[in-house]
Design a protein around this ligand. Structure first.
Ligand code: BGC
Length: 301
């Protein structure tokens, strides 16, 4: 499984200098998403496991829907005997349990969040113990006026636009990414998710689908990896967390994307081109990825 092998080789997130991983800002949100569960408060200095915190009593929460074991969810290894055991830090059949951040620790056989405490144990709404892998497409073009001239931002630099979707689960704007299916390579995930969420390929006739596939092939043939690693996601827990690989697909002259119709589908309720800028407020740590993209293209931020 190439997806698994690829991970271990890149042990640490590729961050450019100055791009620091966010230390559990969203992953310590007071109320856990889609629940009324309150996380145990963790002060900033108590996030690292290396800092003693004897009073720490994280709330134990795994949502009902995860306990019902949808296809993507693991068994409850704390209450059931699982034989053979899940192979953490490795590939488990088609399931990739390797972290982009290197080997994670197991405490009493349960994975421990490599970025520290979150105030909640169990899996929350995440299916996997340990890393839950996602992939994000960052599709960009230059912003132009009616005459086709590139528009400049307040800092005098050209403005980039990216395809954003509004998530159905929390109504926040985000990248049109999604979970990597078992056995799927991440490059296939970004392409599939973009099709499902930003072009509504699920609703297309087979004819339309074929045409769209061709256009997407052109666009997705040239991707640049922007980020690979841990994500500060509000669903993270002490035992389950999100990781992603984000790719930038840039249409320099707007010729490919000009033909593509954006249409929200699947987990997305809206889709639009959004200007890149430092004032963006997006889901999880997506704004950090966009800052990287702006730097790379020397665009306004
Ligand atoms: C989203 C991705 C995101 C990841 C981590 C997934 O549910 O679809 O866009 O990067 O979670 O937050």
């Amino acid at each position: 499984n190439r997806g698994c092998m690829g991970n271990k080789a890149t042990a640490v997130a590729r961050l450019s200098p100055g791009m620091k991983p966010k230390c559990h800002i969203k992953a310590r949100c007071e109320i856990y998403p889609r629940s009324q569960i309150k996380r145990f408060p963790v002060p900033d200095d108590k996030v690292p496991w290396t800092t003693k915190f004897p009073e720490y009593k994280p709330v134990d929460y795994t949502s009902e829907s995860i306990l019902k074991r949808p296809v993507y969810a693991d068994p409850d290894i704390r209450t059931e005997k699982v034989d053979p055991p899940l192979s953490f830090n490795g590939c488990d059949g088609k399931i990739n349990r390797v972290s982009h951040m290197g080997d994670y620790e197991l405490v009493d056989g349960i994975p421990r969040n490599p970025q520290g405490r979150t105030g909640l144990m169990g899996r929350g709404t995440l299916g996997r113990w340990g890393p839950n892998h996602a992939a994000d497409p960052i599709v960009t073009r230059w912003k132009v006026d009616e005459s086709g001239k590139i528009i400049k931002g307040p800092d005098g630099k050209p403005v980039l636009q990216f395809v954003s979707v509004q998530r159905r689960d929390n109504h926040q704007w985000a990248l049109p990414g999604g979970m990597v299916d078992a056995g799927e390579v991440v490059t296939a995930t970004v392409r599939r998710e973009f099709g499902e969420e930003a072009m509504n390929s699920i609703q297309m006739s087979s004819e339309e689908k074929k045409r769209m596939e061709k256009e997407l092939d052109e666009l997705f043939a040239t991707g640049r990896e922007i980020f690979r690693g841990y994500v500060d996601d509000p669903r993270n827990t002490d035992n389950s967390w999100m990781e992603t690989v984000a790719f930038n697909f840039h249409d320099e002259d707007g010729s490919c994307l000009g033909k593509i119709n954006l249409c929200a589908g699947d987990d997305a309720m809206n889709v639009r081109w959004t200007d890149l800028s430092g004032t963006l407020d997006l889901y999880a740590s997506h704004v950090d990825f966009l800052e990287e993209v702006a730097k790379f293209h020397n665009a306004s931020w």
